[in-house]
Design a protein around this ligand. Structure first.
Ligand SMILES: *[C@@H]1O[C@H](CO)[C@@H](O)[C@H](O)[C@H]1NC(C)=O
Ligand SMILES: *[C@@H]1O[C@H](CO)[C@@H](O)[C@H](O)[C@H]1NC(C)=O
Ligand SMILES: *[C@@H]1O[C@H](CO)[C@@H](O)[C@H](O)[C@H]1NC(C)=O
Length: 513
């Protein structure tokens, strides 16, 4: 295995790059992106925390390796595996780059050797391969590992995934069908596609095109994205959640949100801008228009002073003051955009939203955050949330803060930690490490089981008995633990002026244009 590049060397290269960018008069600040400041100072607490996160990763991976190796997911309570993602060994391919980054050499070598045995052209009879999920987890996973390791065998497997999924783009509009049946060769499924499904393929397909030299992949991704962008919609900057693949028309009665079905579409506007090294101005302009629309239509402040992102209900419905954990990626996106698009005006909102997401963890009895929550807005017992400082005592309950738990599960999701990581890189404020550490400790305390980590059923209940689900999704390994690691790692590990992280946290190198 190729050793990791030395820290000193990569820091030197980063400084040289910064100097070159400065000479070219590049306006955005490298130092902020690379998190110089307090974050770069070697920090004893950070090293201890890094070691703890590495320990968690070793534990999670061991569970998968011992009881589910080569299958899609570990079922940690029954010590078994499942193939619910079409038998593409999805936890294994999704985790390769995390193993590499954490320098788990033996585990990485063993997993990489297994990749050659996976047949990405097949799946069990009757199974429909989900284009979005397999793009972000399988294609993204293989590309992320290739970008670090440069082993052509990984790229060949990524191309195998790409050519299998390319068959889904055979619609009249160029939008992909949401799923394909590899056995019947009848690719069409439903024609109802979420914007996240059509608009979260572009980073992976464009990177595959660049690395293989096969432009078809980029063309497929561009055509799908343009269909989403071109279709008529009533609110500038916002996109209805559903579109019809055959007609290319939005379902104007569908909801508007930053949650499931929509979330990563908005993420890839900014991230295409970054992947293309700011050379394609349309993506930045679309991102900026979306941010303005989100501020106007979706962001509100509750009576207790918490800023959140709600949604507009179906059929031109009312505003709903409800937020999914999934939407907690947005503060990180705003912080990244504040930096790379020179939009400092977005940073205060990024910080407020991140704080709200963190408080849903902080003030729940377990310290774990719920899957969906809403905000009460009547006068009464609502208390102002205390200034959230490191080490502060949990004074209020969620109810005191006017937060209503709608779906009480915590299924090991990454989004809040992801935003804390980006905010820490962008601002250098050590509070984000403290918040991330709080969350990590709650994960350790309540979801760690003998053979891995298990989804938690009710974050309001502190007795794990009967409260665990037999599920460990691959994003725990691909994202949650990776973002925790990156939060405590020095900023020259995956510097954000060289890499863009996909929606599944796979690192892709920024392209020349
Ligand atoms: C999954 O793939 C493995 C390896 O190719 C194979 O041995 C196994 O039978 C497959 N499982 C199912 C349910 O198709
Ligand atoms: C490029 O990829 C597409 C989709 O997989 C494939 O049909 C085509 O043959 C490839 N072109 C080359 C030159 O390999
Ligand atoms: C809460 O009520 C105030 C005053 O009635 C209003 O301005 C604000 O928009 C409401 N917030 C939400 C989230 O509905």
């Amino acid at each position: 295995m190729v050793p990791l590049p030395s820290r000193a060397l990569s820091r030197y290269l980063a400084l040289a790059l910064a100097a070159a960018l400065g000479a070219l008069g590049v306006v955005y600040s490298y130092t902020m992106l690379a998190g110089r400041g307090s974050a770069a100072v070697p920090d004893e607490a950070a090293s201890r925390r890094l070691a703890a996160v590495r320990g968690a990763m070793a534990h999670a991976w061991k569970g998968y390796r011992d009881y589910a190796f080569g299958q899609d997911e570990l079922q940690p309570l029954t010590r078994s595996g499942n193939v619910r993602w079409g038998n593409w060994s999805i936890s294994l391919v999704d985790t390769l780059d995390t193993l590499w980054l954490l320098d788990m050499k033996d585990e990485y070598a063993e997993a990489k050797a297994y990749v050659q045995k996976i047949d990405f052209t097949r799946s069990p009879r009757g199974y429909r391969v989900r284009v979005f999920e397999m793009t972000i987890r399988a294609l993204g996973g293989l590309l992320g590992a290739y970008e670090l390791d440069h082993d052509p065998a990984l790229l060949a497997k990524a191309a195998e995934v790409g050519s299998t999924l390319a068959a889904a783009f055979s619609s009249p509009t160029g939008l992909p069908y949401p799923s394909i049946d590899l056995n019947s060769r009848r690719y069409r499924s439903t024609t109802r596609l979420c914007i996240a499904e059509g608009g979260t393929l572009q980073l992976e397909f464009k990177k595959l095109a660049q690395l293989t030299g096969n432009k078809t992949y980029a063309d497929l991704a561009d055509r799908a994205y343009e269909a989403l962008e071109a279709a008529e919609r009533p609110i500038r900057g916002l996109y209805p959640t559903f579109i019809d693949v055959n007609t290319g028309k939005y379902d104007l009665g569908s909801e508007y949100s930053l949650g499931g079905g929509a979330d990563s579409f908005y993420e890839y506007q900014l991230k295409q801008h970054i992947l293309h090294n700011h050379k394609r101005p349309q993506y930045g302009a679309q991102y900026a228009a979306a941010v303005e629309a989100v501020k106007e239509h979706l962001v509100r402040k509750s009576q207790a002073g918490l800023t959140f992102v709600g949604r507009i209900a179906r059929h031109g419905g009312a505003y709903v003051p409800e937020m999914q954990h999934l939407a907690c990626f947005y503060p990180g996106l705003l912080a990244l955009g504040a930096q790379v698009m020179d939009r400092p005006q977005d940073l205060p909102l990024a910080k407020e939203l991140a704080r709200t997401c963190y408080l849903t963890y902080k003030h729940s009895p377990t310290g774990l955050g719920p899957e969906t929550f809403s905000f009460r807005n009547q006068t009464g017992n609502i208390r102002e949330p205390p200034a959230a400082e490191a080490g502060e005592q949990a004074a209020a309950s969620l109810d005191d803060l006017g937060i209503v738990v709608v779906d009480p599960r915590y299924i090991l999701r990454p989004e809040t930690i992801e935003s804390l990581f980006v905010l820490h890189r962008v601002t250098g404020d050590p509070v984000y490490r403290e918040w991330g550490w709080d969350i990590f400790q709650a994960i350790e305390r309540y979801t760690r089981v003998e053979h891995g980590y298990a989804a938690y059923r009710d974050v309001r209940k502190t007795t794990p008995n009967g409260n665990l689900d037999d599920s460990m999704e691959s994003f725990l390994l691909a994202e949650t633990l990776k973002y925790l690691y990156l939060l405590f790692a020095p900023p020259d590990v995956l510097p954000l002026d060289k890499f863009v992280l996909t929606t599944e946290a796979h690192p892709l190198r920024i392209m020349p244009n």
